[in-house]
Design a protein around this ligand. Structure first.
Ligand SMILES: [Zn+2]
Length: 863
């Protein structure tokens, strides 16, 4: 055996060391390797017939966070149904380590009041462009969420100069699913129907527990928890310079709509916003053409005046809020489009032919989820690329937008909005102020009484100056709004074009809150509100018990909570020792429970010293049936459920089968039919819906049928109350043979048109259904009905509870042909058999926003 020499030992040692180093180097490089979506999911995202589910996508982001120091994954909290709502932040490791400082810099640039321009210039050098993009807000529009992991992977794994520039210059905030619950529902539904004749069909119910598609109508009121998270990210913590929300649209037009919007545009944004839309949009379009994508449309179809969902409200936060819309496939199943099926016809896109904003028409053929993923990824990347190449311009413009909006507020005719605290329902005033605070609006509260012009406002009133960066938002939410009548909104023959959504979104009008525009700066002893106003009712013990103010929406919640605890509640019918019809009385109850309810609801329990013997009745526990159908669900139904839960009303969702079975009086005192077409309620499907409905499995086809109509009639005749909201009123008018006519039925739009406006009405607050209401106020008219009482033999059984004013109906929005409404009943109570039919023609609870008319619905349940 050969002895090894010392030299050989040394050599062996070196070899081992070298191998060891190589191994370590290998480990190090393995750490740098980022797992690709294909490795993780087992398929390329966007592949035919495959959808990655939200839980897997979360795991993928967790893996990426472990593998890379260029990504931070933040769980903002649970969604409505308890799934994690993620925020993914992508940037260089250096930027991510420095986020707190970057946030401060960004906050100063987006609110530069009291900061010198020299300092701003330094901050622009130091700061980074902040870009935000969100995916698949509408859960059936699945492309965005499928694209997000691949976009992230590209950003983390690509080593080229372009990628490095993005990471160095941009902090990218991504919401990979704006509706995690819906993503899961749609994925599971797709997999369940895969391979059946219903493959690719839409979900039979709402793709969100409450609001479905309307989650894009909640960027102002922030009713949903998902909205609260998005507001924290975009309205307060980070005000990004630009934001894109990625959607899908119909299948037969352009392949991809990208920014900018077309006309008309909503007023009061800084003009730079509209220029930024064009600037980013041009780069996005350029990159798509460069990549050989056809069918790209911009500056058409989606107008700059829309609803107050995310991409349309952010411009008024000085964020270049934009939208992309991909043509849809059938979820993950491919769809074939024949050339002759392709069509134009959208705003500023009259024909499916080449035009300057659509130079390269797509010729038709198979359309797949992968096509959507690719085009969305190019658009998402293009935004980041342009911002990275022009970081200082982007930040300088952020500063300019904020500065100029503040100056416009200073110089404008209206200097501030004053919100007095002493009004009809002060708790709803507080609710409005808290909602505005969530939007990052600066609000001051008076520590002492103050005067503006001739008006004197009490301590506790609020002042919202327009000399602040979010001037445009404040002006749109709190100022009267008139939708334009011009070439962009009407056809040449005077036919009005339907606005994209309501013609106004004036928060205080919806909420029944008085806001006074002030033409001079208010001054006084004011304090800037730095956090949400806490509500807490006071309890005053009297000899006999407690009184609750029936004008407060929150009193109804308090009453529901009291009844739920077994505490009896009485209601006043005749004015008596300072009490008004609609006020509530509690004679006794455990003090700790009363205290708790006062704290939770904010309602004061005032001392009651005398027993009231007459003009009072006991409130029964509400027994409410809330009609719910399939056929994709009904958003108005979902919003109503949310409203009932918000105010602690007990209810049961009432489906077709239960209605058809009859004997409804045994379980219900009030049945609510939400806004819906009578045909859909009955199940007689109009031709335009047939194609969609036929794609739904038979167990999800809906309609109460003739048996259901008979059962509802019996319910009312035996003493029940049927409440019909909006168009559902026609169901009762026709099927119950009521002596009522919808006065705006079948009118030509040139003769009558009211696409979502606030109109002036009178409330008969001596009627039990309008207890607690003021004498006058506003209602929201939106696909609504108004009534004429045509009954002659029993007209005493018809009571008008709400009536349109005799002239000048329009507060905000758009109204053609007001003569059809003036003086007409807007809400009618019809005594029928032993029961009642309550027809509410307007939107009494629209999207949980119209707090000013909630009580009209509450009074049908608490009576
Ligand atoms: Zn959408």
């Amino acid at each position: 055996m050969k002895q090894t020499t010392k030299f050989q030992h040394i050599l062996q040692f070196f070899v081992l060391v070298m191998v060891g180093f190589g191994f370590l180097a290998q480990i190090a490089s393995a750490q740098k390797k980022v797992t690709s979506p294909e490795e993780f999911f087992g398929f390329q995202l966007g592949s035919d017939k495959k959808i990655a589910r939200w839980d897997e996508i979360i795991h993928y982001f967790e893996v990426l966070e472990r593998e890379s120091d260029k990504i931070k994954v933040i769980d903002m909290g649970p969604s409505t149904m308890g799934n994690p709502f993620l925020l993914v932040i992508i940037s260089s490791d250096e930027n991510l380590a420095n986020l707190d400082r970057l946030r401060q810099v960004n906050a100063t640039l987006s609110d530069p009041r009291r900061v010198a321009e020299e300092e701003i210039k330094k901050l622009i050098k130091e700061g980074k462009a902040v870009m935000c993009q969100s995916m698949s807000l509408h859960a059936t529009e699945i492309g965005g969420t499928q694209m997000a992991p691949e976009l992230t992977y590209d950003l983390l794994s690509r080593k080229d100069e372009e990628t490095q520039r993005i990471l160095d210059n941009v902090v990218f905030f991504m919401i990979p699913s704006f509706n995690p619950d819906g993503q899961i529902m749609v994925t599971d539904w797709y997999n369940k129907t895969l391979g059946t004749e219903y493959e690719g069909s839409n979900l039979p119910w709402l793709y969100h527990k409450y609001v479905g598609h309307d989650n894009n109508r909640d960027g102002d009121f922030l009713n949903m928890i998902e909205s609260v998270y998005a507001a924290k990210i975009m309205y307060r913590d980070w005000v990004p310079q630009a934001y894109i929300d990625h959607h899908h649209m119909g299948s037969s037009g352009a392949r991809f709509y990208i920014p900018p919007y077309c006309d008309p545009i909503r007023p009061y944004a800084d003009p730079l916003i509209w220029r930024e839309h064009s600037w980013y949009g041009a780069h996005i379009a350029y990159k798509l053409e460069e990549n050989g994508k056809s069918g790209i449309l911009n500056a058409a179809q989606f107008p700059g005046w829309g609803h107050f969902g995310w991409h349309w409200i952010t411009p008024f936060h000085n964020i270049a809020g934009m939208l992309t819309e991909s043509a849809s496939a059938r979820l993950a199943s491919p769809l074939y489009i024949h050339p002759e099926q392709l069509e134009g016809g959208a705003r500023q896109f009259p024909r499916y032919e080449a035009q300057s904003t659509f130079p390269n028409p797509w010729p038709g053929g198979w359309w797949r989820l992968r096509d959507i993923v690719e085009q969305q990824k190019i658009s998402a990347w293009a935004l980041l690329d342009l911002a990275a190449r022009n970081k200082e311009t982007v930040l300088w413009n952020a500063y300019l937008k904020a500065k100029r909006q503040t100056e416009r507020g200073e110089q404008g005719k209206i200097k501030a909005y004053i919100v007095p605290i002493n009004q009809h329902d002060p708790l709803t005033v507080t609710k409005m102020i808290n909602t505005l605070l969530l939007s990052g609006i600066e609000i001051q509260q008076a520590e002492k009484e103050f005067q503006v012009g001739n008006a004197i406002y009490p301590e506790g009133s609020f002042v919202i100056t327009l000399a602040q960066p979010k001037m445009g938002l404040i002006r749109n939410l709190l100022g009267r709004t008139f939708y334009p009548e011009n070439e962009w909104t009407m056809e040449a023959d005077g036919t009005p074009l339907q606005p994209y959504d309501l013609a106004t979104h004036t928060m205080n009008e919806f909420m029944g809150v008085r806001v006074d525009p002030a033409d001079q700066e208010a001054s006084g002893d004011f304090r800037i509100l730095s956090e949400q106003i806490k509500i807490s009712g006071e309890v005053e013990t009297g000899g006999m018990g407690y009184m609750l103010d029936g004008r407060l929406n929150a009193s109804f919640k308090a009453v529901n909570l009291l009844i739920d605890k077994g505490i009896a509640v009485q209601r006043i019918d005749k004015p008596n020792s300072g009490l008004n019809p609609g006020d509530f009385i509690v004679y006794k109850g455990p003090e700790s429970v009363i205290e708790e309810i006062a704290q939770e609801t904010g309602v004061d329990f005032k001392a009651l010293n005398n027993k009231i013997d007459a003009g009072i009745h006991e409130v029964k526990k509400p027994r409410v049936g809330m009609y719910q159908r399939y056929y994709g669900g009904n958003m108005d139904e979902g919003w109503t459920r949310f409203l009932l839960e918000m105010f602690a009303f007990p209810y049961i969702s009432l489906m077709d089968a239960e209605i058809k079975n009859g004997n409804l009086n045994a379980k219900y005192d009030t049945i609510i039919l939400p806004q819906d077409s009578p045909d859909i309620i009955i199940g007689e499907i109009p031709p335009q819906y047939r194609r969609y409905i036929s794609a739904v499995p038979p167990e999800y086809q809906s309609g109460i049928g003739q048996e259901g109509i008979a059962a509802l009639k019996e319910f009312v005749e035996k003493g029940g109350m049927l409440v019909t909201l909006g168009e559902a009123s026609s169901f009762a008018i026709e099927k119950f043979g009521l002596g009522i006519r919808n006065v705006v039925d079948n009118l030509d739009s040139k003769e009558f048109f009211c696409p979502g406006s606030t109109l002036k009405v009178k409330f008969d607050n001596t009627h039990p259904l309008a207890y607690g209401m003021p004498e006058e106020g506003f209602v929201v008219f939106y696909s609504s009905e108004a009534f004429a009482i045509t009954e002659s033999s029993k007209s005493e059984q018809y009571e008008s509870v709400v009536r349109y004013q005799d002239k000048d109906l329009l507060q905000s929005g758009w109204l053609i042909g007001e003569d059809h409404l003036t003086g007409m009943p807007a809400m009618v109570n019809v005594k029928h058999g032993k029961g009642q039919v309550v027809l509410i023609g307007f939107r009494t609870q629209n999207r949980c926003q119209t707090h000013g008319t909630f009580k009209l619905l509450f009074n049908t349940m608490i009576r």
